[in-house]
Design a protein around this ligand. Structure first.
Ligand code: ZN
Length: 424
């Protein structure tokens, strides 16, 4: 662990302040987008940022502003600190929730991404000598590109798993002696399914750590338990975003997500009032991506701050249960607030359920939930047990219905297991 990870809170704030000052001097007035945000807080020059109070006066950045800015100034928008020829990498968001955003990195900021990933991999106990497999279609979506660079920066062997189907990937992992894999939690479970069908003993592959991002899954105890059992490995949660960077990681204590506060400033606010809160929306500022930084960005992720110190000794902020869900994915079922991740946490406890989908529809003015379950064996009994577990744990009634095996989608990237239907 680097000394930065155990700094006392005052020293950590001083470190962040110095980084923020360097960012401000690079971006104001060179970067039109950041300079406009600065101006809205009444700050004209980089040096006008004199204390944390000034920082907290900066207006929050919304994803919609970035989309609008890129539409008005195509293709890359105005959040650029340097001339275009300084940028060496281009990415695009997956576009699962609307217009894709494009993002550029300079040589320095791409190196920064890789460095952020070394925190993730190192915390999962990985280092030189490890062989890390990336079953990822290396395309415009940044996804595990940065993880791949991070593995290299760490001195591990990075194995690309693009352009292969799941069976070929399992074979490649065996042949090349993979000791770790980085993928979404859903894809780890899907690979386990494929291995089972083909009679491959996944837990004998030699993989000792699995690192997951893209979905809350690895932070949900039942999902983690299922991955760890199938792979005979320890599963670690990680969080990152195309426009922000790789900001969260899990340590050996597996007690929630640490935010890498050496590289990011984290705030948690009540999404309605905007006031600081222990549970609410995560707001992030990245400190090492000077070419296209984001200040006080609304991530849309719902989190809960853990106050007790972590057993690992890190002083970085810890988020209990990782990312709890998207702020706008929260369902209100008969007056009860429910995140899809809470439903997943229950469904995944049932080993006979291979896959599931949450359908939400309106009945009158109320959200109603129907769970579609792919069940092996006695479907009726399992479906009834899931319904009962949801009623006991969450206090709501949901419909649950069995569906044929392999009838629901499987995902390599961000799974979308919540579908809103306009009618029953
Ligand atoms: Zn820890």
């Amino acid at each position: 662990m680097t000394p930065l990870e155990t700094l006392d809170p005052d020293a950590l704030r001083r470190h962040q302040w110095a980084r923020l000052g360097a960012l401000a001097r690079a971006a104001v007035p060179a970067n039109a987008f950041i300079t406009a945000q600065w101006a809205r807080a009444g700050l004209a020059a980089a040096d006008d940022l004199r204390g944390w109070g000034d920082f907290r006066r900066l207006p929050l950045t919304h994803k919609g502003e970035l989309v609008a800015d890129q539409a008005a100034h195509p293709p890359f928008g105005r959040n650029l600190t340097y001339p275009l020829d300084r940028y060496v990498r281009v990415h695009q968001t997956s576009g699962t929730t609307g217009t894709p955003l494009r993002w550029l990195d300079t040589e320095e900021s791409w190196g920064w991404w890789a460095r952020c990933w070394t925190f993730v991999l190192h915390a999962a106990g990985l280092g030189p000598g490890d062989r890390i497999f990336f079953p990822f279609s290396f395309g415009l979506f940044v996804g595990f590109w940065a993880g791949f660079e991070g593995a290299r920066a760490l001195g591990a062997l990075a194995i690309p798993g693009g352009g292969q189907d799941s069976a070929q990937r399992l074979a490649a992992m065996e042949t090349l002696g993979a000791t770790a894999i980085c993928c979404t939690p859903s894809y780890a479970l899907h690979l386990a399914e494929v291995a089972r069908e083909r009679g491959v003993a996944l837990d004998r592959l030699g993989v000792r750590a699995t690192v997951h991002a893209g979905e809350p899954g690895a932070g949900i105890p039942a999902v983690r338990a299922r991955i760890e059992e199938a792979w005979g490995a320890r599963a670690y949660d990680h969080a990152g975003m195309t426009e922000m960077g790789a900001y969260g990681f899990e340590c050996a204590a597996q007690a929630g997500l640490h935010v890498n506060e050496a590289e990011f400033i984290a705030e948690v606010i009540d999404p309605v009032t905007g006031r600081p809160a222990d549970e609410g929306e995560l707001i992030l500022t990245n400190l090492g991506r000077l070419g296209s930084p984001l200040l006080r960005y609304r991530t849309g992720d719902r989190v809960r701050v853990a106050r007790a110190p972590c057993a690992c000794g890190r002083t970085f902020l810890r988020l209990e249960g990782g990312i709890l869900g998207r702020v706008d994915d929260m369902l209100i079922v008969r007056g009860v607030n429910v995140f899809p991740s809470a439903l997943e946490g229950i469904v995944r406890r049932f080993a006979a359920v291979d896959e599931f989908l949450i359908e939400v529809y309106r009945r009158g003015h109320l959200d109603e939930v129907r769970l579609l379950l792919e069940v092996r064996g006695n479907a009726g009994a399992v479906v009834a047990a899931v319904q009962e577990a949801v009623r006991v744990d969450l206090g709501i009634r949901v419909d649950a219905v069995p569906v044929p095996g392999q009838s629901l989608p499987r995902y390599e990237l961000k799974a979308r297991r919540l579908v809103r239907r306009t009618s029953e």
